[in-house]
Design a protein around this ligand. Sequence first.
Ligand code: NAI
Ligand code: MG
Length: 350
Amino acid sequence: TTYRIAGIPGDGIGVDVTAEARKVLGRAAELHHFGLEWTEFDWSCERYTRTGTLMPDDGIEQLSAFDAILLGAVGFPGVPDHVSLWGLLIPVRRAFAQYVNLRPVRLLPGTTSVLAGRTAAELEMVIVRENSEGEYSTIGGRHNRGRPDEFALQEAVFTRAGVERIVRYAFDLARTRSGRVCSATKSNGIVHTMPFWDEIFAEVAAGYPDVAAEQCHIDALAARMVQQPGRLDVVVASNLFGDILSDLAAAVTGGLGMAPSGNINPEREFPSMFEAVHGSAPDIAGQGIANPVAQVLTAAMMLRQLGEDAAAAAVEGAVEKVLADGAVRTPDLGGRSTTAELGSAIAAAL
Ligand code: NAI
Ligand code: MG
């Protein structure tokens, strides 16, 4: 089999880490006897500053021909972040019904958690973030500009179908893991959408008597993730809450340089898009020192989605081996190696 992959390196360290992911994937494909046919797109904030758009008008149509998309990160100093998010990531997520943003976190060998004394088992969890609606909405506006009574309104959109499908995904996933789901809510303060979310969560939970379901207010859940991470496994959350929790979860395990993510269309009607949790990191861009592990693990998630489970497991195993060995580490892991050196070490460990 040969898979057609759309590569979108994007901006900043997205370019460096995607190159390493391709290096590792190329080796994995050789060893596991499948083909990867890459087409690379220069869609980015850098393109935006040249042409006025992040991607061409028919960008979605072009991507629809691929089996999967591997994205680095988009974001550029001087380009407002809402331009990069709404000019590329959100249109792709929505056009391809990538309604699951799956963000697994775990403590990898040879790395330490900022939560001293926590074991790897306590820190293993997965954030299931709703990825197509919720708080990320353009409905609303600015009113009475320049007047003392100026205000802004921002609507969140939660549909029954949209909440049901993400919650169901979380329960199905829990069956393959610990059998526990925790739902992030804030129904004490957000009085329309969150009680609706909770109601649907309870309805779906009733269909999974074998899965332990609980809900937790987002503020308390954030504290629990730090103080009692072992109580959490599958965490299902709205678009905004899930985004915040996944950076937090990454931070309490190995840091952003280690956290993979997939924008997944579970029905496989459209390509899924894989991107690390981290952004383009302008503070370290161009220095060749970004940690490629997050993007390499992201690429392993892509292999799993393509059905290449053995190759995915081999890539994860190679990452663990190199990290456990400890000789090749980027500065965020306390070492002095470059992005390319760590990528090459992982490819060699395969
Ligand atoms: P960021 O994730 O790019 O960086 C946060 C901090 O983590 C920085 O200190 C950075 O150096 C460090 N870091 C991130 N990834 C790392 C890696 N692989 N190795 C070592 N250190 C790493 O988040 P920030 O600074 O908030 O955003 C920067 C830009 O990226 C913005 O324009 C933002 O909009 C964009 N962004 C894009 C995303 C995407 O394309 N999916 C996601 C998040 C942010
Ligand atoms: Mg984020």
